[in-house]
Structure formats: C-alpha cells, structure tokens
Ligand binder design. Structure first.
Ligand code: TXA
Ligand code: MG
Length: 345
C-alpha cells in the first residue's frame, strides 16, 4: 500500500475531501493531527475499519477506543443516562483535550468499547481534526497514532515512521500543540473519576463540577473499568529510570551511573530541562525545554522518548517533574515509560 500524504491546507480541496470521505466510509484508515497527539482514525460504526486499527497498531482487543465527534448533540446519539454535571464539563472543556466515558447505547458496537458497556467520547479542538470528522459525516474512532506500547506521535515524522505505507492517508499537521493525550474521565457515576490524567486537571474539573474527585488509584478489581491501565505504554527501547531528589544529588547520581555504563560500553541518555543541559558528560543529553514552561515540557516529551530510540540508547535517566499544573500528567507518562522505575534520593 502507498500512503497518500496531504497537508492541512489541502483539506479545503474537493478531491482531497472526496478521498478522505471515501477512504473512511470504506473502512480504511486516516491518520490525522489533534491538539493532543496524532490519532489513527476509522469510521467508528464500521467493524472493518475498527479491526484494521487494532491490527495495524498491534493493540489488545480489550483496550477500548475513543470516539471523536464534532458536535455536542452527537454525543446523545451514542450515550445514555447522563449525570447532571456532564453538561457543565461539556460546556467548560469541549472542544478540547477531555474524553468522557459514558454509558453506551445498545447500537454502539462492542468492538470499539473493548466489550464494555461504556464508550469514551471527545470533541477535539484541532481544526483539521474537526474538519475530517465533518468531511466523513460519521463519528471517528481514533486511538493515538503509535504502535501499541510505544510513545505517542506528536509530529508528522513520528507517524511516517510508524505508519507510512501501512495506512491509506496521513495528514501532516506539523507538531501537536498539547503533546499529551486527553484527560479521560469516567462520568457514569454520581462523581466524576479520572482514569487518565492530562492537561485538563482534577482541580479544573472540580472547579466546574464542585464535586469531590476520587483520586485515581486503580486496584486489580477496578482494572476492568480502565482496561488501558494494565498495558505497557510509551516505552522507549532502552531501560529507563526516573531520578527524584535535590538537584545536585540527582546530577551526581546520574553522572556516577553514566561513568559505570561507559565502562561497560553501554549507551546512556539523560532527559533534562534547558538549565541542566551542560551538567552531564559522555551521554546523549536531551532537553524537554525551559523548566518554567510546563506546556513546552509536555509537548516535547514523546519526541524526546522517540529520539532516545533513534540514538539506540540502552539506559535512560530522566529528571522527575512533579511540579505545576501539568506535573501529574507528565509524571504519569514518564512513570509508564519507565515501567514505574523511580528512585527517590
Ligand atoms: O488525546 C487523545 O485522547 C488521543 C487523541 C487521538 O484523541 N487518543 C488517545 O486514544 O489517546 P488511546 O486509544 O491511545 O487512549 C484511550 C484511552 C485508553 O487508555 C483507553 O483504555 C481509555 O482511553 N478508554 C477509552 N474508552 C474507554 C472506556 N469506555 N472505559 C474506560 N477507558 C476507556
Ligand atoms: Mg495511546
């Protein structure tokens, strides 16, 4: 298969629109940018397309997909029994990086929900994403456009790397703005529950709903509510460790380990912010950006993880990022990338 590549400016051309529509309506795949990460999209109500998504990503079939729509009223076509606070969340955060998990109506296929009786839906704010949903005229299921278990795609080059000539169409939307996937919130109960943290934070949600949030701590029994939790995520090829502690201690610790790896002829990478870029010798040092700009750090995270793979790094050390509004979301992705391997000095 030869992938057809379009730039977002070309979405106004009628032959491009025709191609996208025909592709999606015939159960084939279109990779497109959203404001969070790139998504790999298929007609949400067509089993053929959905099966293709799972196959091309190598995704476990019990990990449900997010349905993307362009208007709030579409949500009511697919979901039922809405809690009173839901309309407040829609108004405050849509279009935008918030996915809500609702009770699904019977006609929503179980293949997209991983067999659950709930469905995750969001209205993205990215103009190209909204345009593609409108061109198709149907809801679009789109998980993050990465091979299952690997870092999500936040740049056109990432999706080319993972999916060129494996999907029909890829839309080049440059670098995505947010860089971390949407916040996923279960809204089926009397109180919303965060299943995946993101840039729409717990505090922001509480401010709108005025309800106490249950902190997300998924026990084994609860894993069935959030099937995505049990799988490996965002993992670079190298072995990764997060180092947490006073700045000088962290620098010393990592430098000692670099020394040790160098002696053993092992390649080492360090994930830092701009201020610490010159503190490490004899390692590949990649910066997430200005430590004061959380948005920049969030948006560079997956690109830096992917770059570690390109450099064939065997051992990766990362600073920790607890602080600020995005701290929880950034740490959530880092911890998964590191398979929960963190050392507190
Ligand atoms: O920002 C995003 O959400 C991106 C863009 C493309 O929209 N999409 C994305 O999809 O991150 P994906 O499939 O990579 O992650 C969806 C997450 C998974 O952890 C999945 O388990 C969870 O949402 N999810 C989806 N539907 C669910 C449901 N009905 N119940 C519980 N969790 C659900
Ligand atoms: Mg994903």
């Amino acid at each position: 298969m030869k992938t057809r590549l379009y730039r977002i400016e070309e979405l106004n051309q009628s032959h491009v629109q025709e191609d996208i529509k025909n592709t999606l309506l015939s159960g084939k795949l279109v990779v497109f940018p959203t404001e969070t990460v790139y998504g790999i999209g298929a007609h949400a109500l067509d089993e053929k397309g959905i099966k293709r998504i799972y196959a091309v990503k190598g995704r476990p079939s019990d990990n449900p997909l997010i349905m993307h729509v362009s208007h709030t009223q579409d949500v009511f076509l697919y979901t039922k029994n809405h809690q009173p606070y839901v309309s407040k969340l829609m108004e405050a955060f849509w279009p935008g990086p918030l996915t809500m998990v609702f009770e699904k109506k019977d006609h929503v296929p179980l293949i997209i929900t991983g067999g659950l009786n709930t469905v995750g839906i969001r209205i993205p704010s990215n103009i190209a994403a909204l345009k593609i949903i409108d061109i198709a005229g149907v809801p679009i299921c789109a998980p993050s456009a990465n091979i299952s278990g690997r870092p999500s795609s936040t740049q056109f080059s990432h999706v080319l790397n993972d999916f060129k000539d494996r999907v029909d169409i890829i839309i080049d939307g440059g670098k995505t703005e947010v860089g971390l996937e949407s916040t996923v919130v279960d809204v089926t109960g009397p109180v919303p529950v965060i299943l995946r943290p993101g840039v729409i934070t717990k505090d922001m949600i509480v401010a709108v709903t005025k309800q106490v949030m249950i902190k997300q701590e998924v026990s084994d029994q609860e894993v069935s509510k959030a099937p995505g939790m049990k799988y490996k995520h965002y993992a670079p090829k190298g072995k990764m460790m997060i180092v947490d502690g006073a700045q000088q201690d962290v620098i010393n610790f990592i430098n000692q380990h670099i020394e040790k790896h160098n002696k053993n002829n092992q390649s080492v990478g360090v994930i830092v912010t701009n201020d610490l870029i010159n503190c490490f010798k004899k390692a590949i040092v990649l910066s997430l950006g200005d430590p004061k700009h959380e948005q920049e750090i969030a948006s560079n995270l997956f690109a830096v993880l992917r770059q570690m793979d390109e450099e064939n790094i065997e051992y990766i050390y990362s600073l920790s990022f607890h602080q600020g509004v995005y701290g929880e979301a950034i740490m959530n992705r880092l911890m998964k990338a590191a398979n929960n391997h963190i050392i507190h000095l």
